[in-house]
Design a binder for this molecule. Structure first.
Ligand code: PEP
Ligand code: MG
Length: 762
């Protein structure tokens, strides 16, 4: 059976279109199961009908003509129950529906299985036989397996617009709206055309292969070497004066390594031994990397990264990926699609052309989604079914509220979404009027609204929207945009810009928070459980040189402004705070010795690990302020990887356990007299902001896009109203009920327009 299955799957995958694929399926299954009939009925959700799409054994004239309503016949029963039906006398079944067009009356045995793709019913597959018998277990299992395979094929066909008009549609011109489910990444709707970005060259993915011509491969490799050499010279030239001499020396090291007598010669030997250039390159680079990684000396060990980087550059030339994408290739209404979006990809499309983002991997809480929210770009994460590589140029609609992606929409759907888009623009326009008004409730409770930043553009957008300070500047974002660690003076310039933009308002700079789903290409961390591994403060305390350079850059940047606050991420032990404080004092002393007139900034700790909740007193006593990272706190409390689309449904920001922890933090901080804020995404969700204000948080920090919405809600309610709502939901034991309760209360209070379509506050 397994062999047959594999053969059918191969044949189906090679089929030119959906019709051909369905035909292969029914023919091969009938043959394999030695039955008389095999048919596929597809379900058209728009008209709620099954249509016979392919058959072997029934009359071919029935294909496209036979239709069943969703509750009709045995097919309807299989679909409704979403489980197989295996009976030996179909006509005797009360649900049996006689279809004269199919010539089906003589068939007694019937086995039908639903075709389901990620919880969505796509159709029903049926085998039938004249003689009365029950299909055995292995036959049933075979058909179930086939139908699961077929579901994927149908979903693919839908995405690429290949799905035929189901004949149930009377209007021949009507096109299907292929729909894919993901998680809401950033709210809003985007209409445009797909622009697919493929990942950078990946050395470890290169296979070995015998070359057609050794000479051609040698030539190809020489060309790639020359290309990489040029690139490095150019890069070195650009950075001249920005880097210290010892850092500049690295470029010479690179160039030397590319020399014909070094790495190049070894690769050529491997090519002559019969591997193609890409394979030979991988072999040599990986050998070097392995060799360096084993070295005792930390400096030499880190050179492994340089060699890998160099190898990747050469590989990009070999694969022809080195060209910068030219602006003309990008549609004016681009929806950026990628298997895994990264922050640096966001920069590849000019902002004025960017309408939406789609990522196959990741979930709402991935960092790239957080950046997208800050930029106000509708985004869908974790659209696992979408055959992204085939979407290039297709018309798409991104529904960032519900996490839905549509390809090749029909006129009706397009118009519906255009209307939502216009409504949104109007709302944003109206909200701008709140810019200079305070976030104050009807009964006079004032709660400052600060902003989270990271990208350069965030700062300007924040001021436009009336931010009163920066509650979280994610310094890792500028680090992620580079292809090496930024130097102290580079960092100083970047930080100065932030501090100046907001001065005299405070700017809270978080020390480098990499690891987890935030990777630096030039500092790879490979771990089985990255969110439980080397992350945030754990990395920087192990690398005091990185930490000290960063803190020194922050301090120097604040000279004359004195609006800097420093915040430490991922604290799970008090000694981490002590150690970090010690380094900050040291950096402060050094900087002052160098002649910079800077005051010691306020230092705070992020509460984002459950252990920190239980040590709130000890932590509060050590620092000037606390700030809750509710994104990580939720992930760690619920044991749900914030980046994994498979468990995204379990990531509930309003889980009663999360709310209880948040309340406990606010109470604990108040007891110690230490100011406490929230800078996780919950603070920027109007539903969450209301609860947090009621819990007594001193300030909320959020993305610039949501700030006016939160302000509008706060100005329209009283603190007492919020506290009553909080008391009510703290009695509840289920996140969806809590969300529904807050949503309903806010709708009743007149905020439907602000909350937006259902599904945006999960
Ligand atoms: C958080 O964890 O809530 C947070 C604000 O930090 P980040 O999302 O960058 O991990
Ligand atoms: Mg965090």
């Amino acid at each position: 059976m397994l062999d047959i299955l594999r053969r059918i799957v191969q044949e189906v995958s090679a089929a030119s279109d959906l019709n051909a694929a369905l035909q292969v399926v029914v023919a091969r299954i009938r043959e394999a199961m030695q039955t008389e009939v095999c048919s596929v009925y597809l379900f058209d959700p728009e008209v709620k009908q099954y249509v016979l799409m392919a058959t072997e054994g029934l009359k071919q004239t029935a294909v496209g003509r036979v239709k069943l309503s969703s509750s009709q016949g045995l097919v309807g029963l299989v679909g409704a129950r979403e489980e197989p039906l295996n009976i030996d006398n179909a006509p005797a079944h009360p649900k049996f529906h006689f279809l004269s067009e199919t010539g089906e009356d003589p068939f007694l045995s019937f086995l039908g299985v639903p075709i389901i793709h990620h919880k969505r019913l796509m159709g029903v597959m049926v085998v039938q036989q004249r003689e009365s018998r029950q299909f055995d277990e292995s036959e049933e299992a075979f058909l179930v397996t086939m139908s699961a395979q077929l579901a994927g094929v149908i979903a693919h066909a839908e995405a690429t617009g290949d799905i035929l008009d189901l004949p149930s549609s009377n209007k021949a011109s009507r096109k299907k709206n292929a729909r894919f489910n993901g998680a809401p990444g950033a709210p809003g709707v985007g209409l445009g055309h797909a622009y697919v970005i493929t990942p950078a060259a990946d050395l470890s993915a290169v296979v070995d292969k015998a070359p057609d011509s050794i000479d051609d491969e040698l030539q190809r490799f020489d060309d790639a070497l020359a290309g990489a050499r040029e690139e490095i010279k150019k890069l070195g030239g650009q950075l001249e004066g920005e880097l210290r001499p010892e850092e500049m020396a690295l470029f010479d090291v690179y160039l030397n390594m590319l020399d014909d007598n070094a790495l190049g010669a070894e690769v050529k030997n491997h090519i002559r031994d019969g591997n193609w250039a890409q394979g030979a390159l991988r072999q040599v680079v990986m050998e070097y990397v392995g060799h360096f990684q084993k070295m005792e000396d930390v400096y030499l060990r880190e050179r492994a990264t340089d060699i890998r980087d160099l190898g990747t550059r050469i590989l990009a030339h070999l694969q022809g990926n080195e060209d910068e994408t030219s602006a003309e290739d990008i549609p004016d209404d681009a929806i950026l699609v990628s298997e895994e979006l990264t922050p640096s990809m966001l920069g590849e499309v000019p902002a004025e052309k960017l309408r939406g983002l789609v990522s196959v991997k990741g979930s709402s809480n991935s960092h790239v989604a957080i950046l997208a929210r800050a930029m106000g770009i509708p985004t869908i994460m974790g659209v696992v079914d979408v055959p992204y590589a085939q979407l290039q140029g297709l018309e798409l609609i991104v529904d960032g509220y519900r996490g839905l992606l549509y390809s090749s929409p029909n006129d009706e759907l397009r118009e519906e979404y255009q209307a939502i888009y216009h409504e949104e623009q109007l709302l944003q326009q109206d909200l701008l009027e709140l810019k200079d008004l305070p976030a104050e409730t009807l009964d006079g409770h004032r709660i400052p609204l600060w902003v989270n930043t990271g990208l350069v553009t965030d700062a300007l957008r924040s001021l436009d929207r009336g931010a009163e300070g920066v509650g979280l500047y994610r310094t890792e974002v500028p680090f992620m945009m580079k292809d090496r660690f930024p130097s102290e003076s580079e960092q100083q310039k970047t930080y100065r810009l932030q501090l100046e933009t907001f001065a005299p308002a405070p700017v809270t700079m978080r020390t480098l928070d990499v690891g987890g789903d935030k990777a630096l290409t030039y500092f790879p961390i490979n771990e089985a459980n990255p969110f439980l591994g080397w992350r945030g403060i754990r990395v920087t305390l192990d690398h005091p040189e990185i930490f000290l350079v960063q803190v020194r850059a922050m301090l120097k940047a604040s000279e004359g402004l004195n609006n800097l606050r420093i915040m430490l991420p991922m604290i799970s032990h008090t000694n981490e705070v002590d150690e970090a404080l010690h380094l900050i004092y040291r950096a402060h002393a050094e900087v002052r010795e160098e002649g910079f007139e800077v005051e010691m900034p306020d230092v705070g700790v992020m509460i984002e690990v459950p252990a920190a909740v239980y040590q709130i007193k000890e932590l509060a006593q050590r620092v000037d302020f606390l700030s809750v990272g509710s994104n990580d706190l939720t992930q760690y409390l619920l044991a749900v990887d914030r980046n994994n689309p498979r468990v995204a449904g379990l990531y509930q920001a309003f889980h009663p356990a999360v709310l209880t922890a948040l309340k406990q933090i606010a109470d604990g901080a108040r007891e110690q007299g230490t100011p406490v804020s929230v800078c996780g995404e919950l603070a920027g969700n109007p539903l969450g902001a209301v609860l947090l204000m009621a819990m007594g948080y001193d300030l909320l920090s959020m993305n610039a896009t949501n700030l006016p919405k939160v302000k509008s809600v706060i100005r329209g309610i009283s603190q007492q109203w919020a506290q009553e709502l909080l008391a009510e939901v703290m009695q509840m034991d289920s996140a969806p009920i809590i969300v529904a309760t807050i949503q309903l209360s806010l709708e009743k209070a007149g905020f439907s327009r602000i909350i937006g379509p259902q599904g945006s506050s999960h």
